[in-house]
Design a protein around this ligand. Structure first.
Ligand code: MV4
Length: 497
Protein backbone atom coordinates (compact mmCIF):
# COMPACT_ATOMS: atom_id res chain seq x y z
CA UNK A 1 0.00 0.00 0.00
CA UNK A 2 1.54 3.25 -1.14
CA UNK A 3 -1.54 5.44 -0.96
CA UNK A 4 -4.32 5.40 1.63
CA UNK A 5 -7.62 7.27 1.56
CA UNK A 6 -9.01 8.22 4.94
CA UNK A 7 -12.80 8.03 4.84
CA UNK A 8 -13.31 10.28 7.84
CA UNK A 9 -12.82 13.80 9.14
CA UNK A 10 -11.49 15.79 12.08
CA UNK A 11 -8.97 14.58 14.61
CA UNK A 12 -9.09 10.92 13.62
CA UNK A 13 -8.45 11.66 9.94
CA UNK A 14 -5.42 13.69 10.93
CA UNK A 15 -4.24 11.07 13.41
CA UNK A 16 -4.42 8.30 10.78
CA UNK A 17 -2.63 10.42 8.17
CA UNK A 18 0.21 11.16 10.59
CA UNK A 19 0.95 7.46 10.91
CA UNK A 20 0.69 7.04 7.13
CA UNK A 21 3.35 9.73 6.79
CA UNK A 22 5.49 7.97 9.41
CA UNK A 23 5.30 4.93 7.16
CA UNK A 24 6.03 6.78 3.92
CA UNK A 25 2.49 6.22 2.64
CA UNK A 26 0.71 8.95 0.62
CA UNK A 27 -2.66 10.14 1.91
CA UNK A 28 -5.94 11.19 0.35
CA UNK A 29 -8.53 13.21 2.26
CA UNK A 30 -12.17 13.26 1.26
CA UNK A 31 -14.08 16.15 2.76
CA UNK A 32 -17.44 17.85 2.85
CA UNK A 33 -18.07 21.49 2.01
CA UNK A 34 -18.13 22.25 5.74
CA UNK A 35 -14.56 20.99 6.20
CA UNK A 36 -12.78 22.81 3.40
CA UNK A 37 -10.47 24.61 5.83
CA UNK A 38 -9.96 21.73 8.25
CA UNK A 39 -6.37 20.76 9.11
CA UNK A 40 -6.81 17.17 7.90
CA UNK A 41 -7.63 18.45 4.41
CA UNK A 42 -4.53 20.59 4.35
CA UNK A 43 -2.37 17.78 5.76
CA UNK A 44 -3.30 15.21 3.11
CA UNK A 45 -1.21 14.84 -0.04
CA UNK A 46 -4.40 15.01 -2.09
CA UNK A 47 -7.88 16.12 -1.07
CA UNK A 48 -11.23 15.83 -2.81
CA UNK A 49 -14.51 17.48 -1.87
CA UNK A 50 -17.19 14.80 -1.94
CA UNK A 51 -20.32 16.78 -1.25
CA UNK A 52 -22.43 18.99 0.98
CA UNK A 53 -21.98 19.17 4.76
CA UNK A 54 -24.65 16.61 5.69
CA UNK A 55 -22.98 13.29 6.54
CA UNK A 56 -25.43 11.35 4.41
CA UNK A 57 -24.30 13.35 1.39
CA UNK A 58 -20.58 13.20 2.12
CA UNK A 59 -18.89 11.03 4.76
CA UNK A 60 -21.55 8.33 4.42
CA UNK A 61 -21.55 8.36 0.62
CA UNK A 62 -19.80 5.02 0.09
CA UNK A 63 -20.04 5.02 -3.71
CA UNK A 64 -18.62 8.51 -4.07
CA UNK A 65 -15.72 7.74 -1.73
CA UNK A 66 -14.86 4.55 -3.63
CA UNK A 67 -15.11 6.41 -6.94
CA UNK A 68 -12.54 8.96 -5.69
CA UNK A 69 -10.31 6.16 -4.42
CA UNK A 70 -10.33 4.42 -7.80
CA UNK A 71 -9.67 7.64 -9.67
CA UNK A 72 -6.66 8.49 -7.53
CA UNK A 73 -5.14 5.02 -7.53
CA UNK A 74 -5.72 4.46 -3.82
CA UNK A 75 -4.71 1.03 -2.50
CA UNK A 76 -6.24 1.11 0.97
CA UNK A 77 -9.13 2.85 2.75
CA UNK A 78 -9.01 3.61 6.46
CA UNK A 79 -12.51 4.28 7.82
CA UNK A 80 -11.57 5.78 11.23
CA UNK A 81 -14.44 5.50 13.75
CA UNK A 82 -18.12 6.32 13.28
CA UNK A 83 -19.43 7.00 9.74
CA UNK A 84 -18.73 3.91 7.57
CA UNK A 85 -16.29 2.22 9.95
CA UNK A 86 -18.60 -0.61 11.01
CA UNK A 87 -20.58 -0.84 7.80
CA UNK A 88 -20.10 -4.34 6.39
CA UNK A 89 -21.64 -3.37 3.04
CA UNK A 90 -19.05 -0.62 2.66
CA UNK A 91 -16.22 -3.01 3.45
CA UNK A 92 -17.60 -5.41 0.81
CA UNK A 93 -17.80 -2.62 -1.77
CA UNK A 94 -14.25 -1.51 -1.06
CA UNK A 95 -13.00 -5.06 -1.52
CA UNK A 96 -14.99 -5.50 -4.74
CA UNK A 97 -13.34 -2.34 -6.07
CA UNK A 98 -9.98 -4.04 -5.62
CA UNK A 99 -9.04 -1.84 -2.65
CA UNK A 100 -7.97 -3.00 0.81
CA UNK A 101 -10.37 -2.13 3.63
CA UNK A 102 -8.22 -1.38 6.68
CA UNK A 103 -10.31 -3.26 9.19
CA UNK A 104 -11.85 -6.66 9.82
CA UNK A 105 -13.71 -8.77 7.27
CA UNK A 106 -17.33 -7.96 6.49
CA UNK A 107 -18.18 -11.34 8.00
CA UNK A 108 -16.60 -10.46 11.35
CA UNK A 109 -18.34 -7.07 11.27
CA UNK A 110 -21.72 -8.69 10.66
CA UNK A 111 -21.23 -11.31 13.33
CA UNK A 112 -20.23 -8.77 15.99
CA UNK A 113 -22.57 -6.00 14.81
CA UNK A 114 -25.53 -8.03 15.95
CA UNK A 115 -25.50 -8.49 19.74
CA UNK A 116 -27.31 -11.81 19.69
CA UNK A 117 -25.02 -13.39 17.14
CA UNK A 118 -22.02 -12.01 19.05
CA UNK A 119 -23.31 -13.58 22.25
CA UNK A 120 -24.02 -16.80 20.41
CA UNK A 121 -20.41 -16.91 19.19
CA UNK A 122 -19.06 -16.05 22.63
CA UNK A 123 -21.10 -18.82 24.19
CA UNK A 124 -19.35 -21.45 22.08
CA UNK A 125 -16.05 -20.30 23.56
CA UNK A 126 -16.83 -20.35 27.23
CA UNK A 127 -16.98 -16.60 27.73
CA UNK A 128 -18.73 -15.38 30.89
CA UNK A 129 -21.96 -13.55 30.15
CA UNK A 130 -24.66 -11.92 32.24
CA UNK A 131 -27.41 -14.51 32.87
CA UNK A 132 -30.35 -13.94 30.55
CA UNK A 133 -32.41 -15.21 27.66
CA UNK A 134 -30.91 -17.60 25.19
CA UNK A 135 -31.43 -15.61 22.03
CA UNK A 136 -34.27 -13.31 21.00
CA UNK A 137 -37.53 -13.18 22.95
CA UNK A 138 -40.28 -14.68 20.86
CA UNK A 139 -42.78 -15.65 23.48
CA UNK A 140 -43.94 -13.70 26.51
CA UNK A 141 -44.41 -16.77 28.75
CA UNK A 142 -40.85 -17.80 28.07
CA UNK A 143 -39.68 -14.22 28.78
CA UNK A 144 -41.43 -14.26 32.16
CA UNK A 145 -39.78 -17.55 33.03
CA UNK A 146 -36.33 -16.27 32.10
CA UNK A 147 -36.84 -13.01 33.99
CA UNK A 148 -37.96 -14.84 37.13
CA UNK A 149 -35.02 -17.18 36.89
CA UNK A 150 -32.37 -14.47 36.53
CA UNK A 151 -34.16 -12.19 38.98
CA UNK A 152 -35.46 -8.62 38.76
CA UNK A 153 -34.50 -5.96 37.87
CA UNK A 154 -33.78 -7.14 34.37
CA UNK A 155 -32.60 -5.23 31.32
CA UNK A 156 -34.15 -5.51 27.86
CA UNK A 157 -31.66 -4.92 25.08
CA UNK A 158 -32.05 -4.63 21.31
CA UNK A 159 -29.93 -7.05 19.32
CA UNK A 160 -29.25 -4.41 16.68
CA UNK A 161 -28.69 -1.68 19.29
CA UNK A 162 -25.42 -0.73 20.83
CA UNK A 163 -23.87 1.92 23.00
CA UNK A 164 -26.92 1.82 25.23
CA UNK A 165 -29.46 2.50 22.52
CA UNK A 166 -32.79 0.74 23.03
CA UNK A 167 -32.15 -0.51 26.58
CA UNK A 168 -34.90 -0.69 29.21
CA UNK A 169 -34.70 -1.63 32.88
CA UNK A 170 -37.72 -3.56 34.16
CA UNK A 171 -38.28 -3.76 37.91
CA UNK A 172 -41.12 -6.26 38.15
CA UNK A 173 -42.96 -8.96 36.26
CA UNK A 174 -46.15 -6.89 35.84
CA UNK A 175 -44.33 -4.44 33.59
CA UNK A 176 -42.46 -7.01 31.55
CA UNK A 177 -44.84 -7.70 28.68
CA UNK A 178 -45.54 -4.04 28.00
CA UNK A 179 -41.85 -3.10 28.13
CA UNK A 180 -40.82 -5.92 25.80
CA UNK A 181 -43.40 -4.79 23.26
CA UNK A 182 -42.29 -1.18 23.53
CA UNK A 183 -38.60 -2.08 23.31
CA UNK A 184 -39.19 -4.30 20.32
CA UNK A 185 -41.21 -1.76 18.36
CA UNK A 186 -38.66 0.93 19.20
CA UNK A 187 -35.85 -1.30 17.98
CA UNK A 188 -37.80 -2.10 14.85
CA UNK A 189 -38.21 1.56 13.93
CA UNK A 190 -34.71 2.63 15.03
CA UNK A 191 -32.67 -0.24 13.60
CA UNK A 192 -35.06 -2.08 11.29
CA UNK A 193 -34.77 -5.14 13.51
CA UNK A 194 -37.14 -5.74 16.43
CA UNK A 195 -35.17 -8.58 18.05
CA UNK A 196 -34.72 -8.01 21.80
CA UNK A 197 -33.26 -10.10 24.61
CA UNK A 198 -33.16 -10.11 28.40
CA UNK A 199 -30.25 -9.91 30.82
CA UNK A 200 -30.06 -9.58 34.57
CA UNK A 201 -29.45 -5.92 35.34
CA UNK A 202 -26.00 -5.41 36.84
CA UNK A 203 -26.55 -2.46 39.16
CA UNK A 204 -23.22 -0.70 39.64
CA UNK A 205 -20.95 -1.97 36.93
CA UNK A 206 -17.69 -0.68 35.65
CA UNK A 207 -17.22 -0.54 31.90
CA UNK A 208 -13.93 -2.13 31.01
CA UNK A 209 -12.91 -2.88 27.47
CA UNK A 210 -10.01 -4.88 26.09
CA UNK A 211 -8.06 -3.78 23.04
CA UNK A 212 -7.36 -6.66 20.70
CA UNK A 213 -5.45 -7.03 17.48
CA UNK A 214 -5.73 -9.89 15.00
CA UNK A 215 -4.02 -10.75 11.73
CA UNK A 216 -4.84 -12.86 8.69
CA UNK A 217 -2.61 -15.71 9.89
CA UNK A 218 -4.81 -16.76 12.80
CA UNK A 219 -2.96 -14.74 15.45
CA UNK A 220 -4.66 -12.54 18.02
CA UNK A 221 -3.30 -10.65 21.02
CA UNK A 222 -4.72 -8.34 23.68
CA UNK A 223 -3.28 -4.94 24.54
CA UNK A 224 -4.79 -4.75 28.02
CA UNK A 225 -7.79 -2.76 29.16
CA UNK A 226 -9.27 0.69 29.13
CA UNK A 227 -11.51 1.80 31.98
CA UNK A 228 -14.40 3.81 30.52
CA UNK A 229 -16.83 4.02 33.42
CA UNK A 230 -16.96 7.81 33.56
CA UNK A 231 -19.61 8.48 30.96
CA UNK A 232 -22.70 10.58 30.58
CA UNK A 233 -25.74 9.22 28.76
CA UNK A 234 -23.61 6.56 27.11
CA UNK A 235 -21.12 9.14 25.94
CA UNK A 236 -17.68 8.47 27.36
CA UNK A 237 -16.04 11.43 29.04
CA UNK A 238 -12.89 10.06 30.65
CA UNK A 239 -10.98 6.91 29.72
CA UNK A 240 -7.86 5.51 31.26
CA UNK A 241 -5.43 2.64 31.06
CA UNK A 242 -4.79 0.57 33.00
CA UNK A 243 -7.89 0.25 35.21
CA UNK A 244 -7.15 0.85 38.87
CA UNK A 245 -9.20 -2.17 39.97
CA UNK A 246 -7.99 -5.07 37.86
CA UNK A 247 -5.57 -7.54 39.39
CA UNK A 248 -2.98 -9.12 37.09
CA UNK A 249 -5.02 -12.36 37.24
CA UNK A 250 -8.33 -10.75 36.20
CA UNK A 251 -6.54 -8.73 33.52
CA UNK A 252 -5.09 -11.91 32.07
CA UNK A 253 -8.42 -13.75 32.26
CA UNK A 254 -10.28 -10.88 30.53
CA UNK A 255 -7.54 -10.53 27.94
CA UNK A 256 -7.64 -14.21 27.13
CA UNK A 257 -11.45 -14.13 26.82
CA UNK A 258 -11.16 -11.18 24.44
CA UNK A 259 -8.63 -13.07 22.34
CA UNK A 260 -10.94 -16.10 22.18
CA UNK A 261 -13.76 -13.86 20.93
CA UNK A 262 -11.46 -12.31 18.33
CA UNK A 263 -10.39 -15.75 17.16
CA UNK A 264 -14.03 -16.90 17.06
CA UNK A 265 -14.65 -14.48 14.19
CA UNK A 266 -11.18 -14.70 12.58
CA UNK A 267 -10.70 -11.13 13.59
CA UNK A 268 -8.17 -9.08 11.69
CA UNK A 269 -7.07 -5.57 12.65
CA UNK A 270 -7.83 -3.52 15.76
CA UNK A 271 -10.95 -4.34 17.76
CA UNK A 272 -12.38 -3.80 21.21
CA UNK A 273 -14.17 -6.30 23.41
CA UNK A 274 -16.46 -4.65 25.98
CA UNK A 275 -17.08 -6.12 29.39
CA UNK A 276 -19.06 -5.20 32.47
CA UNK A 277 -17.28 -5.68 35.78
CA UNK A 278 -19.48 -6.02 38.86
CA UNK A 279 -18.61 -5.00 42.43
CA UNK A 280 -17.21 -8.47 43.13
CA UNK A 281 -14.91 -8.20 40.10
CA UNK A 282 -16.86 -10.74 38.06
CA UNK A 283 -16.68 -9.80 34.40
CA UNK A 284 -19.24 -10.37 31.66
CA UNK A 285 -18.91 -10.04 27.90
CA UNK A 286 -21.13 -7.31 26.44
CA UNK A 287 -20.25 -6.69 22.81
CA UNK A 288 -17.38 -6.24 20.40
CA UNK A 289 -16.62 -3.05 18.48
CA UNK A 290 -15.03 -3.76 15.14
CA UNK A 291 -13.22 -0.46 14.71
CA UNK A 292 -10.41 1.67 16.06
CA UNK A 293 -11.96 3.43 19.05
CA UNK A 294 -11.90 7.10 19.98
CA UNK A 295 -10.02 6.28 23.19
CA UNK A 296 -7.28 4.17 21.55
CA UNK A 297 -4.51 6.67 22.47
CA UNK A 298 -4.43 5.63 26.15
CA UNK A 299 -3.57 2.09 25.02
CA UNK A 300 -0.86 3.45 22.73
CA UNK A 301 0.63 5.42 25.61
CA UNK A 302 0.91 2.48 28.02
CA UNK A 303 2.06 -0.12 25.45
CA UNK A 304 4.17 2.00 23.10
CA UNK A 305 2.33 0.47 20.14
CA UNK A 306 1.02 2.68 17.32
CA UNK A 307 -2.33 0.99 16.72
CA UNK A 308 -2.88 2.59 13.33
CA UNK A 309 0.55 1.43 12.16
CA UNK A 310 -0.33 -2.06 13.27
CA UNK A 311 -3.73 -1.89 11.51
CA UNK A 312 -1.96 -1.00 8.27
CA UNK A 313 0.69 -3.66 8.81
CA UNK A 314 -1.95 -6.34 9.28
CA UNK A 315 -4.07 -5.05 6.36
CA UNK A 316 -1.01 -5.49 4.15
CA UNK A 317 -1.13 -9.17 5.00
CA UNK A 318 1.73 -9.20 7.51
CA UNK A 319 1.69 -10.91 10.86
CA UNK A 320 1.20 -8.84 14.01
CA UNK A 321 4.61 -7.27 14.60
CA UNK A 322 4.85 -8.32 18.27
CA UNK A 323 3.95 -11.24 20.50
CA UNK A 324 1.73 -11.30 23.57
CA UNK A 325 4.80 -11.87 25.76
CA UNK A 326 6.42 -8.71 24.37
CA UNK A 327 3.64 -6.53 25.73
CA UNK A 328 3.94 -4.82 29.06
CA UNK A 329 2.03 -2.01 30.72
CA UNK A 330 4.34 0.90 31.40
CA UNK A 331 2.94 3.87 33.30
CA UNK A 332 -0.58 5.23 33.24
CA UNK A 333 -2.58 7.24 30.71
CA UNK A 334 -5.82 9.23 30.91
CA UNK A 335 -7.89 10.75 28.12
CA UNK A 336 -10.61 13.35 28.44
CA UNK A 337 -12.87 14.28 25.57
CA UNK A 338 -13.18 17.99 25.01
CA UNK A 339 -16.62 18.74 23.58
CA UNK A 340 -18.11 22.05 22.50
CA UNK A 341 -20.84 21.62 25.09
CA UNK A 342 -21.80 23.67 28.11
CA UNK A 343 -21.49 21.54 31.25
CA UNK A 344 -23.14 24.29 33.28
CA UNK A 345 -26.19 24.08 31.05
CA UNK A 346 -27.01 20.39 30.83
CA UNK A 347 -24.20 19.83 28.29
CA UNK A 348 -26.04 21.76 25.63
CA UNK A 349 -24.00 21.65 22.41
CA UNK A 350 -22.43 25.03 21.77
CA UNK A 351 -21.62 26.27 18.31
CA UNK A 352 -19.41 29.10 17.22
CA UNK A 353 -15.92 30.13 16.34
CA UNK A 354 -12.79 29.13 18.22
CA UNK A 355 -11.68 32.67 18.91
CA UNK A 356 -8.75 31.53 20.99
CA UNK A 357 -7.39 28.04 20.68
CA UNK A 358 -4.13 27.14 22.40
CA UNK A 359 -3.72 23.48 23.30
CA UNK A 360 -1.48 22.50 26.23
CA UNK A 361 2.01 21.13 25.71
CA UNK A 362 4.89 19.77 27.72
CA UNK A 363 5.88 16.52 29.43
CA UNK A 364 3.34 13.72 29.22
CA UNK A 365 0.76 15.65 27.18
CA UNK A 366 -0.75 14.57 23.85
CA UNK A 367 -3.56 16.43 22.13
CA UNK A 368 -5.36 14.77 19.23
CA UNK A 369 -7.35 17.58 17.67
CA UNK A 370 -8.68 18.62 14.30
CA UNK A 371 -9.25 22.33 14.69
CA UNK A 372 -7.24 25.52 14.59
CA UNK A 373 -7.81 28.95 16.02
CA UNK A 374 -10.35 30.93 14.04
CA UNK A 375 -12.29 27.88 12.83
CA UNK A 376 -15.99 27.37 13.27
CA UNK A 377 -17.19 24.16 14.89
CA UNK A 378 -19.49 22.74 12.20
CA UNK A 379 -23.00 21.95 13.39
CA UNK A 380 -23.31 18.90 11.18
CA UNK A 381 -21.12 16.51 13.12
CA UNK A 382 -20.20 15.36 16.58
CA UNK A 383 -19.18 18.32 18.73
CA UNK A 384 -15.86 16.87 19.92
CA UNK A 385 -13.11 19.50 19.66
CA UNK A 386 -10.23 17.31 20.77
CA UNK A 387 -8.98 14.51 22.95
CA UNK A 388 -6.60 15.53 25.69
CA UNK A 389 -4.37 12.67 26.74
CA UNK A 390 -1.81 12.61 29.53
CA UNK A 391 0.78 10.07 30.51
CA UNK A 392 2.62 9.56 33.78
CA UNK A 393 4.68 6.98 35.57
CA UNK A 394 1.61 6.23 37.69
CA UNK A 395 -2.05 7.24 37.96
CA UNK A 396 -1.36 10.13 40.28
CA UNK A 397 1.14 11.69 37.90
CA UNK A 398 -1.23 11.24 34.96
CA UNK A 399 -4.02 12.96 36.94
CA UNK A 400 -1.75 15.84 38.02
CA UNK A 401 -0.63 16.36 34.46
CA UNK A 402 -4.24 16.30 33.30
CA UNK A 403 -5.15 19.06 35.74
CA UNK A 404 -2.14 21.10 34.63
CA UNK A 405 -2.97 20.51 30.96
CA UNK A 406 -6.62 21.50 31.47
CA UNK A 407 -5.48 24.73 33.13
CA UNK A 408 -3.11 25.45 30.23
CA UNK A 409 -5.73 24.73 27.57
CA UNK A 410 -7.04 28.02 26.25
CA UNK A 411 -10.32 27.89 24.38
CA UNK A 412 -12.68 30.76 23.96
CA UNK A 413 -15.59 31.39 21.67
CA UNK A 414 -17.41 28.22 22.67
CA UNK A 415 -18.17 26.61 25.99
CA UNK A 416 -16.36 23.33 26.50
CA UNK A 417 -16.46 20.33 28.80
CA UNK A 418 -12.96 21.14 30.13
CA UNK A 419 -14.25 22.50 33.48
CA UNK A 420 -16.26 19.34 33.90
CA UNK A 421 -13.19 17.20 33.15
CA UNK A 422 -11.27 19.09 35.82
CA UNK A 423 -14.11 18.44 38.24
CA UNK A 424 -13.76 14.71 37.56
CA UNK A 425 -9.97 14.78 38.02
CA UNK A 426 -10.37 16.44 41.42
CA UNK A 427 -13.24 14.34 42.70
CA UNK A 428 -12.41 11.94 45.51
CA UNK A 429 -14.38 9.09 43.96
CA UNK A 430 -12.23 9.41 40.86
CA UNK A 431 -8.87 9.93 42.52
CA UNK A 432 -9.50 7.03 44.90
CA UNK A 433 -10.52 4.81 41.97
CA UNK A 434 -13.83 3.91 43.64
CA UNK A 435 -16.36 4.74 40.95
CA UNK A 436 -18.69 3.04 38.49
CA UNK A 437 -20.84 3.94 35.48
CA UNK A 438 -23.06 6.10 37.73
CA UNK A 439 -20.23 8.51 38.59
CA UNK A 440 -21.66 11.49 36.70
CA UNK A 441 -25.29 11.07 37.76
CA UNK A 442 -24.25 10.44 41.38
CA UNK A 443 -21.72 13.20 41.88
CA UNK A 444 -22.08 15.93 39.31
CA UNK A 445 -24.14 19.07 39.69
CA UNK A 446 -23.50 22.10 37.46
CA UNK A 447 -23.02 24.36 40.54
CA UNK A 448 -19.85 22.44 41.30
CA UNK A 449 -17.98 23.89 38.37
CA UNK A 450 -16.69 27.08 40.05
CA UNK A 451 -17.40 29.12 36.99
CA UNK A 452 -17.17 32.83 37.56
CA UNK A 453 -20.02 34.25 35.53
CA UNK A 454 -18.73 36.21 32.59
CA UNK A 455 -20.40 39.60 32.30
CA UNK A 456 -21.38 41.04 29.00
CA UNK A 457 -18.71 43.69 28.97
CA UNK A 458 -16.02 41.09 29.50
CA UNK A 459 -17.36 38.85 26.74
CA UNK A 460 -17.38 41.73 24.30
CA UNK A 461 -13.87 42.69 25.27
CA UNK A 462 -12.80 39.08 24.86
CA UNK A 463 -14.24 39.01 21.36
CA UNK A 464 -12.49 42.23 20.51
CA UNK A 465 -9.16 41.13 21.90
CA UNK A 466 -9.37 37.81 20.13
CA UNK A 467 -10.06 39.44 16.79
CA UNK A 468 -7.53 42.18 17.08
CA UNK A 469 -4.62 40.54 18.80
CA UNK A 470 -4.90 36.88 18.09
CA UNK A 471 -6.04 36.72 14.51
CA UNK A 472 -4.28 34.07 12.44
CA UNK A 473 -2.95 36.60 9.97
CA UNK A 474 -1.25 38.51 12.73
CA UNK A 475 1.66 36.24 13.58
CA UNK A 476 3.26 38.79 15.87
CA UNK A 477 1.03 38.15 18.79
CA UNK A 478 0.62 40.73 21.43
CA UNK A 479 0.73 38.82 24.69
CA UNK A 480 -2.66 38.81 26.27
CA UNK A 481 -1.35 39.78 29.66
CA UNK A 482 -0.22 43.10 28.30
CA UNK A 483 -3.89 44.00 28.09
CA UNK A 484 -5.22 45.39 31.33
CA UNK A 485 -6.95 42.72 33.39
CA UNK A 486 -6.58 40.34 30.50
CA UNK A 487 -6.70 37.30 32.76
CA UNK A 488 -10.38 37.75 33.34
CA UNK A 489 -11.08 38.21 29.68
CA UNK A 490 -11.61 34.78 28.37
CA UNK A 491 -13.26 31.88 29.98
CA UNK A 492 -10.28 29.59 30.52
CA UNK A 493 -9.32 31.72 33.46
CA UNK A 494 -12.65 30.93 35.04
CA UNK A 495 -11.60 27.38 35.63
CA UNK A 496 -8.89 28.26 38.08
CA UNK A 497 -9.84 27.55 41.63
C1 MV4 B 1 -25.74 -3.53 30.98
C2 MV4 B 1 -25.80 -2.82 32.20
C3 MV4 B 1 -26.22 -3.50 33.32
N1 MV4 B 1 -26.57 -4.80 33.22
N2 MV4 B 1 -26.08 -4.83 30.96
C4 MV4 B 1 -24.76 0.19 28.17
C5 MV4 B 1 -24.05 0.24 26.89
C6 MV4 B 1 -24.07 -1.14 26.35
N3 MV4 B 1 -22.85 -1.43 25.69
C7 MV4 B 1 -24.32 -2.01 27.53
N4 MV4 B 1 -24.70 -1.14 28.62
C8 MV4 B 1 -25.03 -1.64 29.82
N5 MV4 B 1 -25.36 -2.97 29.85
C9 MV4 B 1 -26.49 -5.44 32.06
N6 MV4 B 1 -26.87 -6.72 32.00
C10 MV4 B 1 -25.44 -1.48 32.20
C11 MV4 B 1 -25.07 -0.89 31.01
C12 MV4 B 1 -24.74 0.50 31.12
C13 MV4 B 1 -23.47 0.97 30.83
C14 MV4 B 1 -22.47 0.14 30.38
C15 MV4 B 1 -21.22 0.61 30.10
C16 MV4 B 1 -20.95 1.97 30.26
C17 MV4 B 1 -21.92 2.80 30.68
C18 MV4 B 1 -23.19 2.33 30.98
C19 MV4 B 1 -24.16 3.21 31.44
C20 MV4 B 1 -25.41 2.73 31.73
C21 MV4 B 1 -25.70 1.39 31.56
Amino acid sequence: MKKILVANRGEIALRVMRTCRDMGIKTVAVFSEADRKAPFVNYADEAVCIGPPESAKSYLNADKIIEVAKELGVEGIHPGYGFLSENAAFSDKVKNAGIIFIGPSAKAMRMMGDKLSAKHAAKQHNIPMVPGSDGAITDIKEAIEVAKKVGFPILIKASAGGGGKGMRVVESVELLEEQIKLASSEAKSAFGDGAVFIERYVKSPRHIEIQVMGDNHGNAVYLFERECSVQRRHQKVVEEAPSSVLTPEIRKAMGECAVRIAKACNYSGAGTVEFLLDDKLNFYFLEMNTRLQVEHPVTEMITGIDLVKEQINVARGNKISFKQEDLKIIGHSIEVRVYAEDPANNFLPDIGKLRIYNPPKGPGVRVDDGFEEGMEIPIYYDSMISKLITYGKDREEAIQRMIRAIDEYQISGVETTLPFCKFVMQHKAFTSGKFDTHFVSHYFKPEMLNLAPENEEQSMLAALVADIFVSKSDKKRIPLNSVAESKSISNWKNRRN
